[in-house]
Design a protein around this ligand. Structure first.
Ligand code: BG6
Length: 461
């Protein structure tokens, strides 16, 4: 028996982004429109045609990654930049070239690409053609898209993430462009899409293992670590079942290759029915992930409530109330600072799937920020990073197999819910919700803190 006593020397210190949140160039060079492009509409400059214009700042941005000393960079490929309609006969060459150039630049700078295939940006054409992920046809198109990416970049990419935060997409079907005025029908479509995403991923895991046996592939799971409001078993049960249905479901299917019983019970109780075909069970059994990507931000406290809470996700978490723990450092949004929660969360995952390799695919602190003479003194973000890196080392000492940490986000980007008001970046981008300004990049104080972490393998933490 041997326990690690520190971060391994080859630990992948990284950072994270997603395509529509950084790239811009949403309507040029042949790219098709995605549901993310349609969603972001608040304010003239908030649309994804600009974002933070990573598309036209590629060299500069990778140079900053190199200056930071990144060992990995987690980004997503936009399906509609490769296949504008999701299932075109041939890929869009300009899109192929863009990601080829990005991957080449990363490899040249010894930065390991960690590539997400699908991050909240379903091509609109697939929704128009057949309803998108709610239809089984999406399985075929996603598989073909993934195969194309493996063939194009598989010789240089060792880490793949299939779908970002599937449970969120399943519970908020509009995130996948799926609509219905009838709530029950909408939830049914959401679960159809959930099931189709499970099948599609299983097929893609199997394909990746076959084509690149050395590569690692897994889901990027929204890992909400919940605590009950008090010691009552009713609140404890509610908080656990939410964690099962939001987080462990995606891990269980990816690693155990079957739908868990708590999910079947949930479907039954809610009169939701899956369209299961012959052969589906084998598909799930034969396609498993070989690592977990975890998006982890903070812990949450929940209590059972007897009122439907319309602000909560449909279905799964109705009848609950989220309670703010005032003892913690809270952000303006729904995030608290609770780094011990990360160690606790990682232990739970390791108990459930012993020694599974884990990549932290997101972890970050949101703030409203402005430039101060070319600098941003983001002390709370430094505190957040320091606390989480400290606890990450504790988790490694506990025996958890964490291989990479990719804070959200490398640079300021369009927040899904709050545009540029809510910044997560290590690098400030000079634009706001009202104006595109000059989009100039300025490393924040947290950039220099993290640079030292990487350089010393966290001796400064
Ligand atoms: C994660 C997503 O759910 O949370 C990211 O994968 C997102 O895309 C992040 O940006 C934070 O959420 P928000 O709404 O603050 O951008």
């Amino acid at each position: 028996y041997q326990l690690a006593d520190d971060f391994p020397q080859d630990f992948l210190w990284g950072a994270s982004t997603s395509a529509f949140q950084v790239e811009g160039a949403a309507k040029i060079d042949g790219k098709g429109i995605t549901v993310a492009d349609q969603r972001s509409k608040k304010g003239k400059y908030l649309d994804t045609s600009i974002s933070v214009d990573h598309y036209h700042h590629l060299e500069e941005d990778v140079a900053l990654m190199a200056e930071l000393g990144l060992k990995s960079y987690r980004f997503s490929i936009s399906w509609a930049r490769i296949f504008p309609h999701g299932n075109d006969e041939k890929p869009n060459q300009k899109g192929v070239d863009f990601y080829d150039k990005l991957i080449k630049l990363l490899v040249k700078n010894k930065i390991e690409p960690i590539v997400t295939l699908f991050h909240f940006d379903c091509p609109v054409a697939l929704v128009e053609q057949y309803g998108g992920w709610a239809s089984r046809r999406a399985i075929t198109d996603y598989y073909r898209y993934a195969k194309t990416l493996f063939e194009l970049y598989g010789d240089r990419v060792n880490y793949w993430l299939t779908i970002n935060e599937q449970s969120l997409l399943a519970n908020v079907p509009a995130m996948n462009g799926i609509k219905d005025d009838n709530m029950l029908k909408l939830r049914q479509k959401g679960e159809n899409s959930n099931y189709n995403m499970f099948l599609a991923q299983a097929k893609v895991y199997a394909l990746c293992h076959e084509l690149f046996p050395e590569a690692k592939i897994g889901p990027a799971v929204s890992y909400m670590t919940n605590f009950p409001y008090d010691h009552t078993s009713a609140n404890a049960l509610k908080s656990k079942s939410m964690e099962d249905l939001i987080s462990f479901i995606d891990m269980d299917v990816a690693l155990r290759g079957e739908l868990p019983s708590y999910y079947l019970r949930y479907l039954k109780d809610n009169k939701l029915v899956l369209d299961i075909h012959d052969g589906d069970e084998e598909i799930l059994q034969n396609g498993r992930a070989n690592f977990l990507g975890l998006n982890w931000y903070s812990t949450s406290v929940f209590k059972l409530s007897h009122q439907e809470n319309p602000k909560m996700l449909a279905g799964v978490i109705s009848n609950v109330e989220k309670v703010r723990d005032k003892r913690l450092m809270n952000s303006e949004w729904d995030f608290s600072y609770d780094p011990v929660g990360l160690r606790f969360a990682l232990q739970k995952v390791n108990d459930r799937y012993p020694n599974i390799p884990i990549i932290i695919t997101e972890c970050g602190w949101p703030e409203r920020e402005e430039l101060d003479n070319g600098a941003v003194h983001d002390q709370k973000r430094i505190k957040y990073l320091n606390g989480h890196i400290f606890e990450l080392r504790e988790a490694i000492r506990d025996g958890v197999n964490v291989i990479s940490f990719n804070p959200w986000s490398f640079l300021d980007l369009l927040s899904v819910n709050d545009g540029m008001d809510k910044r997560y970046g290590l690098v400030f981008v000079n634009r706001d919700n009202e104006s595109e300004k000059d989009l100039a990049r300025y490393p924040k104080d947290s950039f220099y803190f993290y640079q030292k972490v990487i350089k010393t393998n966290a001796k400064n933490v």
